[in-house]
Every structure is written in C-alpha cells, then in structure tokens.
Design a protein around this ligand. Structure first.
Ligand code: FE2
Length: 505
C-alpha cells in the first residue's frame, strides 16, 4: 500500500511537472513567433517610414529648388579662423549696398546679434556679400539669416563643438550645368544634397570638406546648385579649388575663406587658407598653383600659429598616389617630389585629395617609404608619417579600368567603378576614417589613427628638407609659366581684373 501510494505520488509529481512545462513550452513558441512577427512588422513599418521620410525630404528639396530667389542666393557658410568664427558669403542684387548676418541661439531669431560685412561687385555686375561672425561659443546650435539690404533669407542653422566632431569628406562633386542636358544642373545639385542627408544619418556632422572640382565648368549657377539646399546651408563648408572650378571666374565671389594667403603665384580667384577646429588644424592648399614654396609658406605659418593642434590635416585637389591611369602616373610622381617633403617636414597626419576620381588609401608613408601598413579595420598608434587619401568623384564615377597602382597604396583602386563618401570622426586621441558606398550607404572600409602621450613628431633629415626647398623654388618658376598661361586664357574669355599679371601685361 505504501509502495502504491509512493507510485501514485511520483506519477502525480511527473504529471504536475509535465503540465507545468507544457504551457511554458507552448508559451515559448508563441512568444518567439510573436517576436518574429513583430520584428517583420517593425521592419515593414520602418522601411515604409524611411520611404515616407525620403519622399518628404525629396519634396522639401523640390520646394527649395522651385523657390529660385532663395535657392540662387548661393549662401555659403565657410569656416572662420577657429571655432568662434564663421565666414558667410552670398549673392545680392546690383543695387544693394549693405549686408549683414543675424545670429541667434533661438530658432525664432529673438535676441539676434547683427554682424555687418562688405558688398563686393562681381564681374557680372551684381554683388557678393562677405560677412564674418565672431564670438561664437562651443557646443551651441546657432540660427542665422542673411540680410541683403532690407531683405532677409530663410533661417538656417549651424553647430559648434569642442574637441569631438564629425566631418563629411568627398571630392569632385561635379555639379554640372551641361549645355546639352537641361536636367543636369538640377540632378547633380540634388545628388549632392541627398549625399549630405545620407551622410548625416551616419554621424552628427558639423563640417563638410570638399577636395575640389565642386563645379564642372566653375560657373556661378553650379556654385548656386552646390549650396541651394538646406542640407548644405545647415553645415559649415570648407572647400578647395580644383582644376575645373577655375574654368570660369566665379569661385572668387563664391567663397569667403579664413587666413587666406595670396602670393604672386596664387590663382586669380583664391589662395591657400587654414583654420583650426577643436584641436584639428586644417590646411587647404590650391594645387592649381604649382609653387611648392608658396604652399610651404602656408603650412609653416599655419603650424606656427597652431602649435598645439593635435591633428594636422591637409586638403588639396591633385592626388599623389591615386594614379591608376598610366598617363597620370607621371604627374603623380612629380607632385610626390614637390609636396611630400613638405608633409614630412611638418608632420601632416592625413592628406585629403581627389582629382583622379579613383579611391585609394596609402600606407603610412615617411620619406617616401612605408613605415607601417594600413588595413581595413586597423588602428595605428602614434604613426610615423602620413596617410594619403584620395576619394572618388561624386558626380563623375570613373569608368576607366586601367590599373597601375603604386605599391604605396594600401586600400582601394580595385573597385574602379564604385563611388564613396567618407566620414572623418575627430577626437583628441583618435582620427577615424570610414568610407561608405555612395549608392547603398553600406560601409566599405574604415581605419583609425590614434595618439597617446608617447607620440613624438618626426624630425626631417637635412637633405630631405633641402631637396624639398629646392623643388619648391623650381616649381615656383614653373608656376609662373602656368599662371601666365591661365591669365591669357581668362583674358581671351573676356575676364578682367584677374590679378598679378594684370600689372605686367
Ligand atoms: Fe574632377
């Protein structure tokens, strides 16, 4: 009887356990199924929301483009000398003589501070406003409106930071007003606005860096297209002139650059310039000017005025290591001889370039030799040398399939028809570069440079420095020839007031 009782107890216990487990198991299945169903629903909802957001953003772009008076102001927010300043430039009517920027921390523009500037007469006969805003504080969002006489633009905004920020880098945007295709200006301008929007979803951007060839024919309508969108006007925009930007004479009136340095060999429209932002020294050199000596003066002055900047970044148009087209390799070789001693001497961490339309990232180079390899995903600590980085074209993807890359190149050039944009994340101890496919916004590669207290700047050898200086002077002679040639081209095209050679011829 005892045994029977015991058996019944065990049976009951097993049944109870089974009964207890059964709903739990059934419930687990249901929960998983529900979770899966929910995820699918969320993905569908999210995709639908993305589609709706994109459609809304596209409508917003269409509206901005259709408002031609506002779109054609060409509002361009350039960096100031440092975080506390911004330089503004835009176009105004011929009869307008005064210009100002109103700045407020509030979107309704209450308590706005007013900064007045200068109205310059363009070669077309109307005006370009140049205004510098000063006294900006770190970590703020500022709202602004550009005032032409009595007329105010829409309200836009920009951000300041202190030590950590993200920048969008790309080159050869090529906004193009093709005389044989009336849709080209709008489509290339929209492509750039959408690119800024997509990049803005990857990082909290506060700066655009553009490595030249923003405008295919250097025409004012192309620069207006570059800056028609709110996407562009809500960011600080640092650009350097490419060879295409000087096809006309409009870049001169489009920009308002800080610390701009005009030597006799500078182009007729623009000079080198530099600015400091949250511990990063950006030095922008116009390589249409062949004089490496002129560029050495700029880099030297920039470094002297910002000795404590943790990172030194050069941006220029022509590339040193991006030549995958055999006939361009000669030019790349020449530019390496002219410029790389300069980057060694002043310990430049990263050189941003374009021109070839081919993507490439070099290994860490010093004195023309690899000091450390770069690989996708790699972090290099206290690098001894410079990374040379060439970004692809945005508006003119390269279709050429010839490959002749240098052994100094670490990444890129094998995917010749893909285009990319790049996010540079700066912090006091790290500089991370991430490249994304232009068409899918998926990540392509990334690499990171870091510095700690053991970092020491390399000291250039005597002969390397001397070679660089001699090459600098020789290239200045070549620069005179190139500038004179360009001067006569511009004169022939009817442009006047084009600079140094005006006094000679
Ligand atoms: Fe280009």
């Amino acid at each position: 009887m005892k045994k029977a009782k015991g058996f019944v107890s065990v049976l009951l216990a097993v049944l109870m356990l089974f009964t207890a487990m059964l709903p739990a198991y059934a419930s687990d299945i249901t929960t998983e199924e529900i979770a899966e169903e929910t995820t699918v629903q969320e993905e569908i909802t999210s995709e639908a929301k993305d589609d709706t957001d994109a459609a809304t953003d596209d409508i917003a772009l269409e509206e901005q483009w259709a408002d031609t008076e506002e779109a054609k102001r060409g509002i361009n927010v350039n960096p100031g000398r440092d975080n506390s300043e911004r330089n503004f430039s835009w176009y105004m009517g011929a009869d307008i003589t005064s210009c100002s920027v109103e700045i407020s921390e509030k979107e309704d523009m209450s308590d706005a501070e007013v900064f007045t500037g200068e109205a310059i007469t363009t070669y077309q006969g109307d005006k370009a406003a140049k205004v510098t805003v000063t006294g900006l504080l770190d970590n703020k969002t500022y709202y602004y409106t550009c005032v032409s006489g009595e007329e105010k633009s829409e309200v836009y905004s920009f951000k300041t930071d202190d030590g950590t920020f993200s920048a969008l880098y790309m080159s050869d945007i090529h906004v193009y007003d093709d005389p044989n295709d009336e849709t080209s200006l709008k489509s290339t301008a929209f492509d750039f606005a959408k690119l800024i929007r997509n990049a803005g979803e990857k990082a909290d951007l506060s700066l655009i860096l553009a490595g030249g060839d923003m405008a295919t024919e250097g025409q004012r309508v192309e620069f207006e297209g570059l800056t028609f969108s709110k996407e562009s006007r809500d960011l600080t925009f640092a650009h350097i002139m490419g060879n295409h930007d000087r096809h006309s004479f409009d870049y001169k009136y489009f920009k308002n650059l800080p610390n701009e340095m005009f030597g006799p060999m500078a182009g007729y429209q623009s000079g080198n310039y530099y600015f400091e932002k949250s511990g990063v020294l950006f030095i922008c050199i116009d390589t249409n000017n062949a004089s490496a000596q002129a560029h050495r003066s700029t880099v030297k002055e920039a470094v002297k005025n910002h000795p404590d900047a943790k990172w030194r970044v050069v941006m220029m148009h022509h590339d040193l290591y991006g030549g995958s087209i055999p006939h361009r390799e000669g030019e790349c070789n020449l530019l390496r001889i002219l410029f790389s001693p300069l980057f060694d001497e002043f310990n430049i961490d990263l050189v941003l370039m374009g021109h070839s339309h081919h993507y490439s990232v070099s290994n860490i180079l010093y004195n023309g030799e690899i000091t450390e390899a770069i690989e996708n995903g790699k972090t290099v600590k206290n690098a001894k040398g410079t990374v040379y980085f060439v970004s692809t074209s945005i508006g003119r993807p390269e279709e050429d399939s010839e490959i002749n890359y240098s052994d100094k190149v670490a990444i890129g050039m094998e995917k010749l028809t893909d285009s990319y944009y790049n996010i540079l994340d700066f912090s006091p101890d790290a500089l991370k570069v991430t490249s994304y496919y232009l068409d899918t916004n998926e990540e392509y590669i990334s690499f990171t440079l870091t510095k700690d207290d053991d970092y020491e700047r390399e000291k250039i050898g005597f002969f390397r420095k001397l070679g660089g200086i001699l090459a600098g002077y020789l290239s200045t002679v070549y620069g005179i020839y190139v500038n004179a040639d360009r001067y006569f081209d511009l004169k022939e095209e009817g442009y006047t007031g084009v600079g140094f050679f005006e006094f000679v011829f």
